[in-house]
Structure formats: structure tokens, C-alpha cells
Design a protein around this ligand. Sequence first.
Ligand SMILES: [Zn+2]
Length: 355
Amino acid sequence: MVNGKLENLENIMKKLFAALLAVFLAFSIAHVSAAAQKKLNVVVTLNYLKYVTEQVGGDKVTVTALANPKQDPHYVTPTPRMNEVTTNADLFIENGLSLDLWAKNVIDASGNPNIGVGNPGHLIATINVPVRELPTEVSRAWGDIHPQGNPHIWLDPLNVRIVAENIAARLQQIDPTNSGYYQQRLDAFKHRLDEKMYGSELLDLLGKKGGDILTRKTKDGELYSWLASRHLDAKLGGWMKMAEPLQGKEIISYHKTYIYFADRFGVKIAGELEEKPGIPPPAKHRDEVVDLVKRDGVKVILNDNFYSTDAADYVASKTGAKVIVTYIDVYSSPEANTYENLITYLLEKILKAAS
Ligand SMILES: [Zn+2]
């Protein structure tokens, strides 16, 4: 009798345990699938980084850019809103190279341990990008706001290819479940950039590895000669074709914003209105630029939208060169609503002024 009761109790306990286990499992599965559907919260400093992260991250990410795309990227004042959006970030992406130094204040103020420098939740997007104008001596007192070399790397599409690879690798690291998805999106984005760069006809002719081959030839400065040697020069399209009339054309820019762009598209930068990056040009230097523009017959002065055009207007009034006010970040104007359109817009503006 006693044994029977005990057995009964044991059965009840077993059933109760099984029921509890079932409830526990159901909750766990619901939790895991909710986590799988939860988008990664990515915060970036500049808007070109938002664009690239969205291209690579697709519907697995929500991306917030901290700076206004019309703003001077060197000088952004952190606000309470920035700290708030950063508090729950899974990943923080900055340009680095001392351009967006203000990011450090935002990261520190957020109190979010995931995104501290050196953690997987913090990424410097420009790693592996070949940086130019590396200083031989750090001289910020002289007004050098580029102590780690020139940070304006993104106006060269080949650098943005590298940035996209860096972002994809980090998304894969912190969200390995979707690794294949990010890889696919990265490959598709690189292919879109390659099509813009060289035209789809040439890319189709060269097959699967075409984009990588053309990228390498372009980096080595051998694109045009390589195409000519294969009788493919007539097949070139895209930005590299558009830029042909600009080969060797001299321009002046206000700030050292365009060196990577100029290198890529064959434009020659004759000089800058700023004598030292970050310091408004002294009168003596403006007059030296006037002499330079007259001597070389320079027709175009590029002035980033967030700098005063006083110096550029002065040089233009003495020489007849054209001042073009340019936007340099994605989403800064309707013409620059994608990265691809930003590059097309800059090329078109310069071509028009130089002709
Ligand atoms: Zn700068």
C-alpha cells in the first residue's frame, strides 16, 4: 500500500518534471528565435559608413550615423542624443585616422562596455587602407589636423571596397549565424562598385574574377595600359571612362579632402587654399595660390560645403577660375543619396567646371 502510494507520487513528479521541461524548452526556443530576429544595433560616426554598413548588413542591422553629412567631419560636438543612441549599440564604427576623434567622447559617455576601443564591438573602418601623407613629425601646434596621415580616404571607391570588407568581417565575427548572408551582401556590393567603376560591359567580358583583376590593375596604375594591351580599351565604361578628360587636369581645393579622389581619377591637385590643414588661409598664401592658378591655368577650385568660400572667391575674382562648392558625404544632398551617386556627382561637377 505504502509502496503503491510512493510509486504514484513518483509518477506525478515525473509528469510534473516533464511538463516543466516542456514549458522551459518552449520559452528557450522562443527566446532564441527572438534573438535570431533581433537586428544588430550599429552606430557609426560618418554617413558614408552608414551607407556601406547598410549595403553589407542588409536587414540584419539598424544603423545610426552620429554626424550630420553636411557637417565638418573633423569637428562634431557630442550631444546627449548621441550618447543615448550609443548606449545600446552592439557595434560602433568610426573612420579613424584622427578624423573623428570626437567619437571617443561619445563612446566614453555611453557607458557601453561592448564598444570600447579594442573590443569586438568597436571597429576602425580604415584598417588596411593605404594611407597617404603620413607625417614625418606630429605637429598639431602648426595646425596639422591630420596627425595620422590624410584621413579623407572614402572618395576613392577602391578604399571603400576595403572598408566594406572590414565591416563585413566584423559583422561576421559578432554575428556568426549570419556569416554567409554578410559575405553574399559584401560580394554584391563590391560587384556594384566595380560596375560603376569600369562599366558592366567590360566586367561581363572578364568574367567572375574581372572586378578583382581590374581593381589590382587600377591600384598598380596599369589599368589603361593593360586594357590597351588586350584591345579592351574601347570596352571601358563607368567612372574610369568618365574621368578620362580629367587626366592631368589641375585643380585647387580648399582642404586636403580630395587627394585620394584625385589620385584615382587622374586629376592633379596643384595646391590647397589652406596652407596648414585646419587653419584658415593667411592673405599671403591666398596670393601665392592666385599666382599658381594664373601660371598653370587652373580652372577649378573645390570648396567643401562646410568651409567659408571667402578665400576661394578671392582667388576666383583675381583669376577667373570657377569655385565649386562640393558635398563630400553620402546623404548630404539629393544628388549624393548613395555612395555611388556621390562619386558620380563629384565627377560631373568637376568635368563641367573644367571643360
Ligand atoms: Zn581633413
